[in-house]
Design a binder for this molecule. Structure first.
Ligand SMILES: O=C[C@H](O)COP(=O)(O)O
Length: 277
């Protein structure tokens, strides 16, 4: 499923590995509201230079996506054009057109050149009051407009992996309930208690929860969905997770382009066998 509008990423390398059984590593980063527009463009420009020069990214073995703030989207898309970086938005509204002051249409995001859109982040739930019903409608809108949802799920408080997995599976099921023809999905496992901290969740916890999510998605016919980890992810983490995740969803620790570059280096060699996300 592809967006109907121009696509800001260079999908050539990614598509070229479609017949292979090795899954690429997916690294995403959301800027949240940390950087202003000029700083976002400068950051994206640096990442594009790194991406263009990195053999694993050029080959499609490591895929990158970035989610700047909405006012920065257009300029960031221009800044990374021709590089192997995909761009997405941090939010969308559930309807394309109408009397919805301040809302952002998925159709416009796709037309602008977005490939991804984030749905269900803990900050959207807690700061903006989004609930399961809103997340479900937004995810359906993303799919309807050819955007790949980056669906964030995660338990609120620290608990054992089995329980956390159950919570996340319930969130996934609720979120995808109204999405017709869902064939492209990224699930970002973000335990809420690990977001904005000094350290990420323990690797054993992450891999145990992600294993449950992968099994569940496979049973639902969504084995191709990538399951990535977010929550204070930073350089050094991916090596400890090995093939236990499909990649990382980065926040603050991606603000320094060289940190992002070092995570790309770590990603090399952590592919796993299976259907391509
Ligand atoms: O969107 C990203 C996640 O919420 C992680 O953010 P963080 O790494 O700054 O905790």
């Amino acid at each position: 499923m592809r967006p109907p509008g121009p696509v800001a990423d260079a999908d050539g390398p990614s598509r070229s590995s479609q017949q292979e059984t090795v899954r690429p590593v997916l690294l995403g980063a959301s800027l949240k509201l940390y950087l202003d527009v000029d700083a976002s463009v400068a950051w994206a420009t640096s990442l594009a230079e790194i991406a263009r020069a990195h053999p694993a990214v050029v080959a499609g073995d490591v895929r990158l996506f970035i989610l700047p703030s909405l006012p920065a989207l257009d300029r960031v898309i221009t800044a990374v054009a021709g590089s192997p970086i995909s761009v997405g938005a941090q939010d969308l509204f559930w309807a394309e057109r109408g009397a919805y002051t301040g809302a952002v249409s998925g159709a416009d995001l796709a037309r602008l050149g977005c490939r991804y859109v984030e749905v269900g982040h803990a900050e959207r739930r807690h700061v903006f009051g989004e609930d399961d019903a809103i997340i479900r409608r937004k995810l359906a809108a993303a799919v309807r407009n050819g955007l790949t949802p980056v669906l964030c799920v995660g338990e609120e408080t620290q608990q054992e992996a089995d329980l956390a997995g159950e919570t996340c599976i319930a969130q996934i099921e609720s979120a995808i309930a109204d999405a017709d023809d869902l064939d492209d999905l990224v699930v970002a496992y973000e335990p809420e208690w690990a977001i904005g901290q000094a350290e990420p969740a323990a690797p054993e916890h992450v891999t145990a929860v992600v294993a449950q999510l992968r099994s569940h998605l496979a049973r639902r016919g969504l084995a191709g969905a990538a399951v990535i980890y977010g929550g204070s992810a930073k350089p050094g983490l991916l090596s400890t997770l090995s093939s236990g995740v499909d990649g990382l969803f980065l926040g603050r620790f991606a603000h320094e382009p060289q940190a992002f570059a070092s995570i790309i280096d770590e990603a090399v060699g952590t592919h796993r066998e299976g259907e391509e996300p």
